[in-house]
Design a protein around this ligand. Structure first.
Ligand code: GDP
Length: 455
């Protein structure tokens, strides 16, 4: 494979900028642009994990910048190949000049994610660990960072391999038994066969159940604040967003300043439509009333339904309660600083968690965080457990699970062991696709194209 190079630090001005070179010729290429000052050794004479101070020069021999060159020897590097990292000053103009010199010395530009892709192709990491690299970079909270790092260290890969190993040995046994019936291969008792399949199915179901929570912790959940006019929706939004530190991201809109705000509540990230959006839709709510609430309720993963305790409940409040009947929702009994004309117990009858708050005086915020975490299941989130982190992983696991269920059904319906083994093999294939041990070039390309250049 050709030797590649790219600026690995962010494309912005910084204290230090790093150019990474990877491939068989990495050291020879770096040697052409680097002149050591701190040592008489050439880069080729240096061992892995050692550094030299010096300067980088252009193809024409012009000094460009001071530099520290760090040498990694295959296979002990990020990519598994020889790697040299040139740490220069973090000015973009100069970094680009150094990169040009590196290209002139024989390297070619790295594609998006190509360093990580090479790490995958050189079996330094599996696909779940490669995907975790992207998650580490994207992490916005302690919980999501810890989960991503744990996945990078192989938490999911090990779990999948463990399940798959039991299936591979089962499949081998079945194949031997059905192919060579005359040989004296110990017949697998039906119960034993069933036990292995059942246990794998249970493990898959448990893993699938981690997907939603892990998404809520990393990406966030679409959250709608609903309620009739003046119950305090905007005030609640302000209460939630008021905790400055809780804001994760503001997504810029084209016509307005902000269209969506992500806030953190405990381990959960809530994606909220902004206050301006709520205000703008007030008229519409009045015009088409309940139908809009219903629509919003349908698409949201969490609903905060707000009620004003200082005013009698009206038709719209009851319509809202009806619309969210089958949804994950928290009922907010607002304006507790005013004298109430009805009791929160009334809401409790609807079988959903009720939180009493005064959005205006900011009372009840902790209870709200608690209720949100309970409702979303993020309270006991364990970032070190094996977790499904991407839609791709979820799909592969879903396929494996349905194949395992088919295998079990084939066994129960008295089909031949051959038929059981066909489904079992399909499940194994799905697991191998998940880890990348049997993934097509198309799949790997799809994953790495979303990475940044230099990663
Ligand atoms: P929205 O129409 O549902 O978005 O309601 P707003 O948040 O705009 O609030 C309507 C009115 O109720 C405003 O005058 C708020 O100041 C007031 N309000 C909201 N929450 C509270 C509260 O907890 N206590 C009191 N006293 N007033 C509140």
């Amino acid at each position: 494979m050709k030797t590649i190079a790219a600026i690995s630090t962010a494309p912005a001005v910084g204290g230090i900028g790093v150019i990474r070179i990877s491939g068989e010729e990495a050291i020879a290429v770096a040697q052409k642009v680097f002149r050591a000052v701190s040592t008489t050794k050439s880069l080729a004479q240096m061992q892995g994990y050692t550094a030299a101070y010096g300067f980088v020069q252009s193809a024409g021999g012009q000094k460009l910048d001071e530099c520290v060159a760090l040498v990694f020897r295959a296979p002990h590097s990020y990519t598994g190949e020889d790697v040299v990292e040139l740490s220069c000053h973090g000015g973009l103009f100069l970094l680009k000049k150094v990169l040009e010199a590196v290209f002139a010395a024989g390297a070619i530009p790295a594609e998006a994610g190509e360093f990580t892709k090479r790490a995958f192709l050189n079996k330094k990491i599996d696909l779940t660990e490669a995907e975790a690299v992207a998650s580490i970079i994207a992490a916005q909270s302690e919980a999501s960072a810890a989960a991503a790092l744990s996945a990078k260290e192989g938490a999911l890969f090990q779990k999948i391999s463990e399940i798959n190993e039991s299936l591979v040995s089962l499949s081998a046994h079945l194949a031997a038994w059905t192919d060579y019936p005359e040989d004296d291969i110990e017949a697998l008792a039906q119960e034993e066969l069933e036990a292995v399949l059942r246990s794998a199915i249970e493990e898959c179901e448990a893993l699938l159940a981690t997907f939603e929570v892990s998404q809520i912790v990393s990406e966030g959940v679409d959250t709608a604040i609903l309620g009739r006019t003046n119950v305090g929706k905007s005030s609640l939004m302000n209460l939630i967003c008021g905790e400055q530190k809780s804001i994760v991201t503001d997504i810029e809109g084209t016509t307005r300043d902000v269209v969506e705000t992500s806030v953190r509540m405990g381990n959960a990230v809530l994606k909220l439509a902004d206050t301006a959006g709520l205000r703008e839709s007030e008229d519409t709510i009045e015009q088409i009333g309940i139908s809009l609430s219903k629509k919003k309720a349908e698409s949201a993963g969490l609903i905060l339904a707000v009620f004003d305790c200082s005013k009698s409940l009206g038709e719209e409040d009851f319509a809202l309660l009806q619309a969210i009947k089958n949804k994950r929702a928290i009922l907010i009994y607002n304006k507790t600083d005013l004298s109430a004309v009805w009791e929160p117990d009334f809401l409790a009858d609807y079988g959903k968690p009720v939180v009493t708050v005064s959005a205006k005086s900011r009372a009840g915020y902790e209870a709200l965080v608690n209720a949100v975490e309970e409702a979303l299941g993020t309270k006991d989130f364990n970032p070190y457990a094996p977790l499904l982190a991407t839609e791709r992983q979820k799909q592969c696991l879903g396929t494996a699970l349905s194949c395992l269920r088919e295998a079990l059904a084939a066994l129960h319906s008295g089909l031949t062991l051959d038929a059981v083994n066909v489904s079992l093999d399909a499940a194994i294939s799905a697991f191998l696709e998940l880890t990348g041990e049997r993934a097509t070039e198309k799949i790997t390309q799809e994953i790495f194209k979303h990475f940044c250049v230099g990663k």
